[in-house]
Write a protein that binds this ligand. Structure first.
Ligand SMILES: [Zn+2]
Length: 422
């Protein structure tokens, strides 16, 4: 059960307040901030816990089933769109090629085709419990659209502060659910507006609006814990590694926290190793150097917009350290694009470029000898590629045209695709 209290990940300060959105003020400096995390009295403690026992206690995969492991004080009925219960799928062809027992946890099966629904399912219900007038986002895509959908279902007002000129597919995706979408001139302007809506009007924030970056709403981040609970039910034994694309690392942290709770309740002995993949790598740099302060790094024009950041969060580092994890960054867009193409053409998985970066990162770690052949590995596929058509259009070839006769079709198949009809 949620205790109503939260704890700073760095200094351990305990908070009774439920409006700490800018990180812990007690250990904050002008270069460092730590997020806080809700505390629970875990509902069960078993010795030698089994999957059978866990399924008996938590038979389904929805908010109601896991209520006692989520940050709610009141027992209100949950607003839900059917978030969660996403499949684990084996990747036999890529697995054989890489010498791994390889799987994906397919978060594209959520209601808005991405893992942000995990965060927003908790966020919107928490906003209702706290009687907030609405929810507010600084977002350029997936997160705002997901929040808008869940807010629409709840009948709760939603403001999304975006920037003009974002991917038009994502812009319309945010608008269609009826949210108030506003294009700001800069990130700083968006964050100032979000802060004002929180401080002066009591709106419930989903996303970061401070520097140094703290990450998302700490109560909502606990929605990602359900990915760990589901993986425990779905995989026996659990994988050695879970590879997660990170921006501010909310999912990385939430999944690690879910596994930590499974261990504390007596269901598992060890936490799978969390592996973070970034395009530019501020977290990888700090983690590999053993630093707490995450210095910004240089960018190189990554196409993976939903993960792209020069900054990182302390809770990403925390999740990696707690699981003795690995952190890797990428070198160029070619790595991401070929991974995206491979996942689609070899395994039928069309995912966003940020999700595809998990495969690119995995290849790099295999080449470095940090992940060994034969290991069981899960890639977290965070969002559908259908949201990313602009990126795919930039590297896929033009569709070839042919004349109105079969000879021309056959010639095109041979010339362009190397396919010879027999
Ligand atoms: Zn602190």
């Amino acid at each position: 059960m949620y205790t109503g209290r939260s704890k700073c990940l760095k200094c351990g300060h305990i908070f009774e307040e439920e409006n700490i959105f800018e990180g812990c003020p007690y250990c904050r400096t002008d270069r460092f901030v730590s997020n806080i995390t809700p505390l629970y009295d875990l509902p069960v403690h078993v010795s030698n816990g089994s999957r059978e026992k866990f399924r008996e206690l938590f038979p389904k995969d929805d908010l109601e089933t896991y209520r006692e492991l989520l940050p709610f004080k009141e027992k209100l009925p949950f607003v839900d769109l059917g978030v969660g219960n996403t499949p684990v799928t084996k990747l036999p062809r890529l697995g054989e090629e890489l010498g791994l027992d390889l799987y994906i946890k397919d978060e594209t099966r959520n209601p808005t085709w991405g893992h942000k629904d995990r965060l927003n399912a908790v966020l919107v219900n928490k906003a209702i419990e706290l009687h907030a007038p609405g929810v507010v986002y600084a977002s350029t895509g997936n997160n705002g659209a997901s929040g808008a959908a869940l807010a629409a279902k709840a009948g709760l007002p939603c403001i999304i502060l975006t920037v003009k000129g974002v991917n038009p597919t994502l812009e319309k995706f945010m608008q269609i659910y009826g949210a108030c979408v506003i294009g700001a001139k800069s990130t700083e302007a968006r964050w100032n507006a979000e802060k004002s809506l929180v401080d002066n009007y009591g709106w419930y924030p989903a996303t970061n609006y401070v520097v140094p970056i703290v990450g998302s709403n700490p109560w909502a981040i606990d929605g990602y814990k359900l990915i760990a609970y589901e993986l425990y039910k779905q995989m026996d034994p659990l994988p050695e590694r879970i590879v997660v694309p990170i921006c501010y690392g909310d999912a990385l942290f939430g999944i690690m926290k879910g596994f930590t709770e499974l261990r504390e309740m007596g269901f598992i002995d060890r936490i799978p190793q969390m592996v973070s993949v970034e395009d530019y790598g501020p977290v990888a740099k700090a983690y590999n150097e053993g630093a707490d302060i995450i210095e910004p790094v240089e960018g190189w024009g990554s196409v993976a917009s939903s993960m792209s950041t020069l900054w990182g969060t302390y809770h990403s580092l925390y999740a990696l350290r707690q699981s003795n994890g690995l952190a890797v960054s990428l070198d160029d867009n070619g790595q991401i694009q070929s991974a995206q193409r491979e996942l689609a053409s070899k395994e039928g998985v069309y995912c966003e470029s940020a999700s595809a970066s998990t495969l690119a990162g995995l290849r790099k770690l295999l080449a470095q000898g940090k992940i060994k052949k034969g290991e069981k590995v899960v890639l977290l596929i965070t969002a559908s590629g259908v949201k990313d058509t602009k990126v795919v259009s930039s590297y896929l070839e033009e569709v070839p045209e042919c004349e109105d006769d079969m000879a021309s079709v056959r010639k095109t198949l041979e010339d362009v695709y190397g396919l010879h009809l027999r």
